[in-house]
Design a binder for this molecule. Sequence first.
Ligand code: FES
Length: 107
Amino acid sequence: MPKPKVHFLVCSNQRPPGHPRGSCAEHNAGETANVFGQMLQDSQKFDTVKVSMTSCLGPCSLGPVVVAYPDNAWYGQVDADKAKKIWESHVDEGKPASSLEIPEGSF
Ligand code: FES
């Protein structure tokens, strides 16, 4: 497998109901992960794009959280619509979706 040009990390961590930190899973991270998986499948860009579901990435209250490398671009509250925009920006345009990134200081 060649080294990917873009790697999406999609937090899919789940905590028990009522946990004070919440989790991305309770914010519908499953749908977010499915969108990235479907975009990968549709594009067939398996040799340049990788999608990984991860454990907690840190800013749980902003879930679902997605990080894109190598740009070190962090996104929060990533629903299906945002996921598609993030994919298009990184994969099709080769740049972060800056307007959708979590603002510095909001972590
Ligand atoms: S549970 Fe997703 S960032 Fe913590």
